[in-house]
Design a protein around this ligand. Structure first.
Ligand SMILES: Cc1cc2nc3c(=O)[nH]c(=O)nc-3n(C[C@H](O)[C@H](O)[C@H](O)COP(=O)(O)O)c2cc1C
Length: 341
């Protein structure tokens, strides 16, 4: 069986129909990160545009009852599509149609096709990007990289960026992330829902989080859904969060003024872009949003870090030599509206 990651970017140049070209670019869209690897996108394409809509069937009613993470995931997928279509110089514009369901429409213009080689690194990085969990090694992230990220942040409207390098501030985010994770894992509904999205290391399922992506060996991955459902594993989770944050070299917080769908999609776009910028320089990233899920904890995060906007998405970054198998994906075809997977 072909993996959805095994394709050659140059195959694009052999395509003559616009719809085939759009289909080709969607292969990069589906490799985006998504909450619990739910891949909450559905596609529809025409000769000039593609539509990416929110698949309500993938809603996580305990982990994400306001669909915040779902919309951010859609934003990550949209960003991959826009970056790759800019590489082939066919991106025209994007519009957001307020649903329900919310739909993002990306328009293409095929009149001046050429290759923007300065964007080439994104294509390879999208194919190899992973969300890493666990400890980073001691190599530092340079101030040049941080400045580069800040510059990228200015390109995206409706979103703010705060990059934390100060140890004490990182510890504040760590403590509040642990607090949020403990609240979540003490909720039987959250655990029940989560257990549905954990799959064993040899599972053929094309969505959900395999045990190996959580650093769990095969035998434990077989019983992990059961363990999560039955036991409160909050203390183990806290230890993993501590390991990750205490070894992280930077913590990135993406913020917005309000909580509209447009803003959350922009959060996903900027966050994915920043993670790709880092991973293209071999700096790994690890998403941890538990501190922004509970209103009271998010407010304390704002107060303690003196952030005036709403923190929406957080990830840590640093170097690690760990490599693991990629997480599964449904193919572009399976994600077309008519199949609805
Ligand atoms: C909006 C959003 C929220 C996420 N929240 C977390 C999180 O709190 N903790 C975590 O370990 N991973 C989190 N993830 C990472 C996903 O679980 C991961 O992207 C997914 O399992 C697919 O794996 P991959 O990114 O390695 O392809 C989040 C991803 C997104 C897009």
């Amino acid at each position: 069986m072909n993996s959805p990651r095994d394709f050659d970017p140059n195959a694009y140049f052999h395509l003559s129909h616009n719809q085939d070209k759009i289909n080709f670019i969607l292969q990069y869209g589906i490799l985006a990160p998504s909450t619990h690897n739910t891949q909450p996108w559905l596609f529809d394409i025409s000769d000039r545009y593609c539509e990416i809509s929110l698949n309500q069937a993938k809603e996580l009613s305990f982990a994400d009852n306001k669909k915040r993470n779902m919309l951010i995931s859609i934003g990550c997928c949209v960003e991959n599509i826009i970056l790759v279509s800019r590489y082939f110089n066919i991106f025209d514009s994007m519009e957001i149609l307020k649903g329900p369901p919310i739909v993002v429409r990306i328009f293409f213009n095929f009149s001046n096709e050429k290759t923007n080689f300065n964007l080439k690194h994104f294509l390879n990085t999208i194919q190899t990007r992973q969300n890493i969990r666990g400890a980073f090694n001691c190599l530092p992230v340079s101030s040049d990289v941080i400045m580069q990220l800040e510059k990228v942040g200015l390109e995206y409207k409706d979103v703010g960026l705060r990059i934390i390098t100060d140890q004490q501030q990182m510890q504040i985010v760590e403590r509040l992330t642990i607090e949020g994770a403990l609240i979540a894992s003490s909720n039987p509904g959250f655990r029940q829902e989560m257990s549905h999205w954990i799959i064993n290391n040899h599972s053929k399922r094309k969505e959900g989080m395999p045990g190996y992506s959580l650093n769990v060996p095969y035998p434990i991955s077989l019983i992990l859904p059961f363990l999560i459902r039955r036991l409160n594993l909050g203390r183990i989770t806290s230890r993993l969060i501590r390991k990750n944050f205490s070894s992280a070299k930077i913590v990135v917080v993406v913020t917005t003024k309000g909580r509209s769908a447009e803003e959350l999609i922009q959060v996903g776009r900027l966050s994915e872009r920043l993670m790709l910028e880092l991973q293209s320089q071999k700096i790994q990233t690890s998403i941890a949003v538990a501190s922004v899920e509970v209103d009271d904890i998010r407010q304390r995060l704002k107060d303690k870090l003196l952030i005036s906007e709403e923190p929406q998405f957080i990830f840590t970054a640093g170097f690690t030599d760990k490599i693991r198998k990629f997480t599964p994906r449904f193919s572009v075809d399976e994600k077309m509206q008519q199949h609805g997977l």
